[in-house]
Design a protein around this ligand. Structure first.
Ligand SMILES: Cc1cc2nc3c(=O)[nH]c(=O)nc-3n(C[C@H](O)[C@H](O)[C@H](O)COP(=O)(O)O)c2cc1C
Length: 174
């Protein structure tokens, strides 16, 4: 990787923020495919790739159904697209590691969306309604475990957040 490419990756990691407000402009299929593909290249234990994706776009009536299953209704109801991230239980081999792999997928997708000028947010609260989410999507709870819903759209407002200083996170100084 060139110095410029490394700087771009580090900037994307540093500058990505959760975006929760979107314009009405749609998210294109090619953009969605690029975000999904970034997820596909995430690492996984034994390279088992246990993740499965389902996309709900703005015209899909399931968007409103999903919006009704979370306290973050306005985000879901206004998103240009939703990427539902699931684990295929038949492929899982270790609960902790498969969940960690799902996190890597989601972060890859968030970074890809940011790099492409899209806004996105990782929605976890909706996991409280996993049975209803799976039912709304016609998926069997015996076959799939819900990991998150990623809301995507064209940013209408910038996100803002902060982090603890690095020295507060280090158990020993380096
Ligand atoms: C596991 C997980 C669950 C999350 N669930 C939600 C959620 O349900 N609703 C929401 O608005 N943001 C959710 N977020 C986004 C966080 O609130 C956000 O990443 C954090 O506040 C830091 O902000 P930043 O992403 O802009 O840096 C979630 C993030 C993670 C990693």
């Amino acid at each position: 990787m060139t110095t410029t490419a490394a700087a771009a990756v580090l900037a994307a990691i540093r500058e990505r923020r959760s975006v929760r407000k979107y314009t009405a402009e749609p998210v294109g299929r090619e953009e969605l495919l690029a975000v999904l593909d970034a997820g596909r290249w995430a690492p996984s234990g034994k390279n088992n790739q246990p993740w499965r994706f389902l996309v709900v776009t703005a015209g899909d009536p399931r968007r409103e159904t999903l919006a009704g299953l979370t306290t973050y209704r306005p985000i879901v109801a206004s998103a240009g697209a939703l990427i539902v991230v699931l684990l295929d239980k038949s492929v899982m081999y270790n609960q902790v590691k498969d969940h960690q792999s799902a996190g890597a997928v989601i972060q890859n997708m968030l970074l890809a969306a940011h790099a492409m000028g899209l806004g996105a947010v990782w929605l976890g609260e909706i996991l409280n309604r996993e049975p209803e989410v799976l039912a709304a999507l016609g998926l069997s709870p015996a076959a799939y475990e819900l990991m998150a819903v990623i809301a995507l759209g064209r940013p209408a407002a910038a996100g803002a957040s902060s982090r603890k200083p690095l020295e507060d996170l280090m158990l020993e100084p380096i």
